[in-house]
Design a protein around this ligand. Structure first.
Ligand code: B12
Length: 237
């Protein structure tokens, strides 16, 4: 299956015309707030949900389906870039509350290992990567977050300088997965020159396990929790 095909399969799979279908009224409230981009109301609605839901339930049950719907409306020409931006800002407000609660619940222990995260060059989507970062940190890993739109050389340099064993790369667009492949190739090549290796885990809505294998990644994670499992395998703890 070509990447274009796999991307459209993912989109179809994620297409859910009513993201609040089967949701409780509190969940439906946050979904509606994100879809409409009511940034000011996001923190309070998230705080209410945090009384009965954990971070993962809010992320997978409200944030991801709401953004999927927004993306679908954008694709169909029913929503435009400013609305997409408003929804993304609303998610950031909601996610700060979730992060606060994760930080409050996480035990301070010795780091289990250091992971480099980056959204690949050309891609400015970072909501998913930030969720992955928060989960990894919550499970005791140290994260060097290089941000979004990260040049290949920056990833390679950081991995070499910090003796990194696990790198996580994110790409959200069919056009930027090519840069993910470039980054993987450069990492393999430059590390081989100094007789070193590292494991690479990739994620992002357009990716599939098959495609991840094709571009030379060691692991594919469909969400943040799977990334934690990958880290456990790589670091053995
Ligand atoms: C929000 C959003 C934006 C925001 C991004 C804000 C931000 N700070 O991230 C803004 C408005 C800036 C934006 C801009 C654009 N966007 Co946009 N955007 C979206 C939208 C609606 C949601 C993405 C999202 O955050 N999803 C929620 C998160 C939680 O999901 P996720 O990223 O997949 O992450 C999870 C997993 O994939 C995984 N994961 C993610 N990263 C990683 C990393 C690792 C290491 C691992 C292991 C796992 C992992 O774990 C995460 C948590 O569970 C999507 C539609 C969609 N349904 O995906 C379109 C979408 C990605 N955008 C799209 C487009 C076209 C654009 C623009 C080009 C629009 C334009 N004309 O300018 C620009 C791109 C500019 C650029 N150069 O990057 C298209 C891409 C089409 C394609 N197939 O290539 C989409 C699919 C919309 C659509 N249906 O047309 N966008």
């Amino acid at each position: 299956m070509s990447l274009k095909e796999s991307a459209s399969v993912t989109e179809t799979h994620r297409d859910n015309s009513d993201a609040s279908n089967g949701a409780t009224s509190e969940e439906a409230e946050l979904i509606n707030i994100i879809e409409k981009g009511f940034k000011d109301k996001a923190s309070a609605a998230t705080e209410t949900l945090l009384k009965t839901h954990n971070a993962e339930q809010i992320i997978n049950g409200c944030i991801v389906p709401a953004l999927d719907n927004v993306g679908h409306d954008f694709e169909k020409g029913k929503k435009f870039l400013p609305q997409l931006l408003l929804s993304a800002d609303t998610v950031s407000a909601s996610f700060s509350k979730i992060k606060e609660s994760l930080e409050a619940s996480g035990q301070k222990e010795q780091s289990k290992g250091t992971i480099v995260l980056a959204t690949v060059y050309g891609d400015i989507h970072d909501i998913g990567k930030n969720i992955v970062r928060a989960m990894l940190e919550n499970y005791g890993y140290t994260v060097i977050d290089l941000g979004k739109n990260v040049p290949v050389e920056t990833v390679v340099k950081t991995v070499i300088e910090n003796n990194i064993m696990l790198v996580g790369l994110s790409a959200l667009m069919t056009t930027t997965v090519a840069n993910m492949e470039e980054t993987i190739k450069a990492l393999r090549l430059e590390l081989a020159k100094i007789s070193r290796t590292c494991k690479i885990v990739v994620g992002g809505a357009v990716l599939t396990a098959d495609y991840a294998e094709k571009i030379g990644a060691d692991f594919y994670s469909k969400d943040a929790m799977e990334t934690v499992s990958v880290a456990k395998r790589v670091f053995g703890k």
